[in-house]
Design a protein around this ligand. Sequence first.
Ligand SMILES: [Zn+2]
Length: 577
Amino acid sequence: MTYISNDVMNEIRNKTDIVDVISKYITLTKRGKNYFGVCPFHDDHSPSMSVSPEKQIYTCFSCGASGNVFTFVADFEKISFAQAVRLLGEKVGISVGGISNFSEKKDEYFEIYELANKFYQNSLFTNLGKNAIEYLKKRNIDKETIKKFGIGLSIQKVSLTDYLKNKKYDIDKLINIGITNDQGNDIFINRIMFPIYDLSGNPVAFSGRIYNTKDTSKYVNTKETDKFKKGKLLYNYHIAKEHLKKNDSIIIMEGQMDVIRASTVGINNCIATMGTALTKDHKNIIKNMTNNIVLCFDGDEAGEKATVNAIELLEDTNIDIKVVRLPNNMDPDEYILKEGKDSFFAQIKNAINLIDYKMELLKKNKDFGNIKDVSSYINSVLKELINEKDDITIELNLKKLSDNFNIDYKTIKNKYNNLVKNKKEIKREIKPKKTYDKYRMAENYLIYYMIRDEKVLNMVENKVGYFPTKNIRELSNEIIYYFHKYGIINIADFISYISDRAEILKAFQDIIAMDIKDEFQIQEIEDYIFVINDYHKEMRINNLNKKLKEEKDPLKQAEISMEIMKIRGGSRNGIRD
Ligand SMILES: [Zn+2]
């Protein structure tokens, strides 16, 4: 079991600002005294997550995710709470790594890939690497770029497998993670090596390119492993992320060479899908990076398909999508080499708005001399326009349709309005909210206010017999204990304190995520306490009512009824159910 002292955790948390940390992962906007952003823990389309600098907690009003800076990092990075504490501790110069049982060994996978990466990089700068360097030079890849992207070389004469075996790594492990083939030889031979990094910047795979031979496959990639899944990674993510503040827009490309080439002309906010279609995991990663993207896939037909797929996937997010379609089937790498830096900058700067791109796409295979085609085109465009948020864009496009096809503007506008109305009616379903019965509700309110006010805490301690729900009972005990120990309840610190008790933590997170006012009247608190204390009485009455229904003997029925009345008589009148 991991043990980090509460004092150490509190110290790290005190030196860390939750707004700073969270804004490294998602874009936050200040509204009032809190910050808001798109929640990374559910498929959020509008900012549902609030971050309170004052309380140092975050809360999603949609999915209920909530917690302190440690739980955010742990959930986002998919690491343990303790790992998150260590990670944030390192950033403020507080080491918790020395605590035994805590600093676990770095995964061997990362260790091996790091060694392999260094091995390939060194090989490139030996005598045997001269041809490869020449080749890269010819392709305008200079030493700086080589260093920046960790480009290396695999050489037949120097075996990576032997090197790693000498370091006592198990051959089965090397085969398993895609370094070595089943015959015990290197997978990559005589290729220029491009390391592929995971989202945290660890090398987890390679892409090897031929440079002096003819081979059927220009590129060979490491097979998919548990740490290298193309659908979950984006090439250059860890670097592009660092460049985001300045540009706040991400350019999505297909291949790693496109990204590297763009960097040689000073464009660093690019990521690549490495030839796969964009996935839902990619979508979540991108959503958390930025609200502005430029899709700049290859200029060929496959690139157009990829563009359309990406749009379909990303359309229901808040992301503003722009599209670049490069001419003559060129990919960004070729385009920059042939047309130069300025021309590529212009392409990015003049990227087409999503709606304009779609209107162009919809024109495909349509004969505008044909009335049917015209009508179907207009309908499809209107259907796209009802999803557009910008009024001016909508207005301009309605006018454009009216002008281009010589149709009365009012007709077009009416048609558009009808579509909007239909859409709203379909959307008018309300998401079911978490509902609690009155006891659970009273419990939640009491917990909510007892962490905010000492008076309530004392009332609960003295007046509540015990909470009906086990988690809440334990939570309340912990709160009371914590208060007596520290003399104050700091919500963010309390979350750390209960972090190793998953069920209680969950109950607590649900309660702080409740959308209720911070002020209260003592009478309300009295009512909640009454409801809780009434619980056992109600339970007994319920049981007796059940018995009553099953009882056939009228005499016994009367007895039970009497008993119920007796219990009821003891209860206060006028309490709302
Ligand atoms: Zn959420």
